[in-house]
Design a protein around this ligand. Sequence first.
Ligand SMILES: Cc1cc2nc3c(=O)[nH]c(=O)nc-3n(C[C@H](O)[C@H](O)[C@H](O)COP(=O)(O)O)c2cc1C
Length: 171
Amino acid sequence: MQFNQLLTQRYSCRAYKTEPVDDQLLLDVMEAARLAPSACNKQPWTFIVVRDETTRHKILAKSRPAFLDAPVVIVACGHHDLAWHRQADDKDHTDIDLAIAVEHLTLSATDHGLASCWVCSFDVEATVEALSLPHGVEPVALLPIGYAAEGDPLPQKIRKPMQEIIRWEKY
Ligand SMILES: Cc1cc2nc3c(=O)[nH]c(=O)nc-3n(C[C@H](O)[C@H](O)[C@H](O)COP(=O)(O)O)c2cc1C
C-alpha cells in the first residue's frame, strides 16, 4: 500500500470478526514494531501476543466488549529501567518509544489486511496479574488485532485543520 493510502486506511476498529489470524502473519506484522526507532536505541519493550480467550477476557474486562471479538490482543509493555532517561531532567522515554512501536504495528496491521485499535483504557492491575508482568514492566497499550467485521465502515478522519496545528518559526 502507498504510504499516504496507509495513513488514511488505518482506523480504530471497534467491530471484529472472530476469525483467527495466522501466527506467521502476526509475526510479519510485528516486524514493524521490531524495526521501530527508540531513544538511544534502547528498545525498552516486550510485545505479548495473547490469543487465549480467558486471558483476553481478563485483560479487556473493563474495555469495550467488542474488542473481545478480535482473536488476538497484543500487549505492548514498557521497561522503565531499560529506557533512555534524559540526563538534564531524567525524563523517562518509555512511553514515547512504545507509542512509536505501537503505531508502527497499527500501520503494519493495516498493510497486511488486518484491523486494530489503540486501547489505553484498560484494567492495568488485572493485566499485570494475568500476564505475570515483573516489577518495572508496565503494560502501556493494548492492541486488539483481527479482521474487521463485514461492513465496518471506514470512519471519516476528523482532524483539526492544518492552520490550527502548525506554526512557522515561532509559536
Ligand atoms: C494513545 C491512544 C489511546 C487510545 N485509547 C483508546 C481506547 O482506550 N479505546 C478506544 O476505543 N480507542 C482508543 N484510542 C483510539 C482513538 O480514539 C482514535 O485513534 C481517534 O479517535 C482517531 O480515530 P482513528 O484512529 O480511527 O483515526 C486511542 C488512541 C490513542 C492514540
